[in-house]
Design a binder for this molecule. Sequence first.
Ligand code: FAD
Length: 497
Amino acid sequence: AAGSHVPALIIGSGYGGSVTALRLAQAGVDVHLVEMGMAWDTPGSDGKIFANTTKPDHRSFWLRTRTKQPLSNFLGFPLDKDVPRYTGILDAEEFGGITVYQGRGVGGGSLVNGGMAVTPRRENFGAVLPSVNVDEMYDVYYPRANAGLGVTHVDPAWWESAACYQYARVGRKHAQRSGFPFVFVPNVYDWEYMKQEAAGAVPTSALEGEVIYGNNHGKKTLQKTYLARAAATGRLTVSPLHRVTSVSPAAGGGYTVVVEQLDTGGNTTAVKTVTADRVFFAAGSVGTGKLLTRLKATGALPHLNNEIGKGWGDNGNVMCGRANHMWDATGKLQSAMPTAGIDNWDAGGAFAEVAPLPTGIETYASFYLSITKNPHRAEFTWNAAAGRVELDWQTAWKQPSIDAAKTIFDRINAKEGTIYRTDLFGSHRIWGDHLTYHPLGGAVLGKATDNYGRLHGHPGLYVVDGSLIPGNTSVNPFVTITALAERNIEEIIATDL
Ligand code: FAD
């Protein structure tokens, strides 16, 4: 309602927003969480909330009339198809040189991601967030984040014999035969549920290939963890299908926040104004980076410093597939939740996730998403003439990532006598170098903000999401985003409230 006042408004309901909501609510603060995506709590006409990976429909993409699947081709055939325009769950946001995939809805990226919950190796943390106390992170905040997210390891004995992880065991064999460290990776999926799926006792989700358009069962998304606990305090109000478009200082103190209400076609049906004492930017690296860049450039928040929009990176993401010999079948049943990685970070600057290719048929393919040490950093800028924020990432900047990934897969291919797949990304390409799942940076900790996420220049404004992290985490990012949010909100509650 126009003219309403809230003590704390959070923009976005991903990891940073959910941690902030829970901890503020537990501290006795009434929290208003504004999320541009849908609530994802109501089944569609097929009885399911989320669409299957192999059958994308209107629920799958954010305001597109044609799907833009990360794996665009298979066996040379294009996979994309027309869908009705809808406020679907996965946004394939296109900038000049890169497509950035992001979750849209209450729960943010937790709705669409692979659940891989990886804490970086302690010796690598200094390069991730140099101004943060390493002991505090590893003694307090990483354990708190892992507990809050419900992170657990797969039962190794079950994994060794489960048909749905044959692809991962082939990945291990090939990694180890080439001398690479193979590591198990924890996940937020409910492993007991997956065992029941495998036994045919419950409706399937990960074993049905569900992941990037949502999991109907099994995955402990933020809806089931942090946000459920925040709601249980009675102090949380969530507004789905509401998008924040402006934040500016209010005459009587605090901030005026302009919010558009959307319908499921993406049209604005109402514009609302709220006054908030404190505003927490949790719109994700791209959402927060774009919003702050525009608000600074257009004078809404004139005192933000020149670090706004800078330090953006893609976590070095690059994908590839390998064609195995016929005796290395990867299985027609593949769990959509990855459990394993190849760690060549020290020697080659690459950590490769052994990823599923859940097509339902035997492909003899091994598929990998590598996280690499890519030095390139892009910047968000305001294009006043076009009225939009741009990102100056260039496709050629993926070359260091390809080179790093090749330190693993060239060696495995040489050892195994195998080749790269060229049928997954179109135009006979080997490398999926056109995208990232892991946007990071844009309002970097200790630069655009102080060492706890307080934005310079405007007291009462905070950044709490992945935009604080300068471009790379050396592993999958959401545990680090969660742990950093836990660290920062503890300090903010103790000092600012
Ligand atoms: P997000 O989770 O992106 O949340 C931001 C929220 O803000 C979104 O819900 C968005 O809709 C909302 N928003 C944006 N702008 C506005 C606005 N103006 N007004 C209102 N709301 C707004 N990471 C891992 O660690 N492990 C994995 O296995 C993994 N797999 C992935 C697979 C896929 C397909 C994708 C896309 C990502 C994956 N990630 C994974 C990355 C991980 O999900 C993200 O790093 C994480 O979600 C980022 O958290 P965040 O809090 O910064 O923002």
